[in-house]
Design a binder for this molecule. Structure first.
Ligand SMILES: Cc1ncc(COP(=O)(O)O)c(C=O)c1O
Length: 424
């Protein structure tokens, strides 16, 4: 049996049907070499993970060196130097007073741990999250996920979660225009608190740019206005940087675009360039609400992953990858905007840095073109380009390449998207 056949037979998989599978043989930078002998241009980075590039030599060297020392110790029973070093680094690069990290094996586990910490610190039990959001696939993280497509057939979920309108300007819940709306969606959080909760709210949880929901970029004043509301009610701002972190959006963390300091932040994906790791971070007073030993993870803070993480962050900083993401992303968006004139199916082009969404619509009424989006993704893959697909309506193409991608590669990607759209 080959790999695809073994998957069909033995892997309990959520692999989408109808998608031509690529079997990875090896990968380098933004290029994936398939077992089929073909070369693919990677504009999805394993869902926004390999920010420093596949096979980054500095990251691999750090991981190899740690592999030769020891692979596991349980970082919450014995001391692990790479984890301590990474924790110190995160304290330096995260905004404001964020200082003490708890390390996990991935994103959902980081989100759950942070939810527990928010409850422990505040003594309150409820959460407010955003419609269209995505925070993971465990029970608690699905409970705060507002994207219903991701929650099907597994409810009922945790009580005590209310959803605020998503700041999705292209499809504004209030039918307003961004220039004149006064950020009504941010003000509405006050109404949610007043009418939808029992006033026992630990935290307001949000992605600074919604990834799975369709690369939705909240307008500039959004988080400042929400923070004002939260401060009036003593509610923590808990930011999920799992998909947006580590230079992806043109800042080390996407919330920095909005000039507010989160009380809690979760991260994973790009943290260690593909080695499994997640973390949540908080200022001393919030972090210290956990008593010693109260929260633990057997694999969390794996030493090899932490060593890789530190090397990856050093690489991102030294190579000014955040600035590169901004410059490359702006040029790519310019190119996409030019394609809009040619392909009326492109309804909206949006994003920050190299986190770009292209929303496809059937008509001026913005009827979602989800089948068309799936067809474009498939056609791109057949032409050697890997892109993502998402959005609450399933009609958003997602461009989230390794940040080391070259200008010529981005031009090639644009040309393939152009051809695939033309085929519709
Ligand atoms: C914003 C966000 N939060 C949390 C998660 C869950 O992370 P993981 O898949 O590592 O559990 C994801 C995964 O896509 C995500 O995009």
């Amino acid at each position: 049996m080959n790999t695809v056949e073994k998957y069909r037979e033995y892997v309990n998989t959520s692999m989408l049907t109808g998608v031509v599978p690529v079997v990875f043989e090896r990968a380098e930078g933004a290029t994936v070499f398939g077992e089929d002998g073909r070369k693919y241009l990677d504009c999805f980075a394993g869902i926004s993970v390999t920010n420093a590039g596949h096979g980054n030599p500095e990251v691999l060297d750090a991981a190899r060196a740690q592999l030769g020392r020891y692979v596991h110790c349980c970082s919450y029973v014995y001391y692990n130097k790479p984890m301590a070093d990474l924790a110190e680094k995160l304290a330096r690069i995260t905004p404001g007073r964020l200082k003490k990290s708890f390390f996990t094996s991935g994103g959902a586990e980081a989100m759950e741990g942070a939810m527990r910490m928010a409850k422990t610190y505040t003594g309150k039990r409820e959460f407010i999250a955003l419609q269209a959001s995505f925070h993971g696939r465990t029970y608690a993280t699905l409970s705060i996920t507002g994207n219903c497509a991701r929650k099907k057939r597994a409810g009922p979920y945790m009580p005590g979660v209310s959803f605020a309108p998503v700041p999705y300007c292209y499809r504004c819940a209030f039918g307003l225009e961004p220039e004149t709306c006064g950020t009504r969606c941010a003000e509405y959080v006050e109404d949610i608190i007043r009418f939808d909760t029992y006033n026992d709210i630990a935290a307001f949880v949000a992605e600074p740019v919604l990834g799975e929901g369709g690369i939705i970029v909240p307008p500039e004043p959004y988080f400042k206005k929400v923070k004002e509301v939260l401060d009036r009610h003593g509610i923590l701002l808990f930011i999920d940087e799992v998909q947006t972190g580590f230079a992806r959006t043109g800042k080390m963390f996407a919330i920095e675009h909005y000039g507010v300091e989160p009380d809690i932040m979760a991260m994973a994906k790009g943290i260690a360039n593909g080695f499994p790791l997640g973390a949540f971070i908080a200022p001393d007073d919030i972090a210290d609400s956990f008593q010693p030993g109260e929260h633990l993870s057997t694999f969390g803070g794996n030493p090899v992953s932490c060593a890789a993480g530190l090397a990856s962050i050093n690489f991102l900083e030294r190579e000014k990858m955040a600035d590169q993401a901004t410059a490359k992303g702006n040029r790519f968006k310019e190119g996409l905007n030019k394609l809009r004139a040619k392909h009326p199916v492109i309804g909206d082009v949006r994003g920050k840095g190299l986190m770009i969404g292209v929303e496809l619509v059937k008509d001026k009424a913005k009827t979602p073109a989800s089948n068309e989006a799936a067809a474009v993704r498939k056609s791109c893959l057949e032409k050697g380009l890997l892109i993502g697909l998402g959005g609450v309506l399933g009609n958003v193409l997602r461009i989230q390449p390794p940040l080391v991608i070259g200008e010529a590669q981005l031009e090639e990607a644009l040309a393939i998207v152009d051809k695939s759209l033309a085929e519709l």
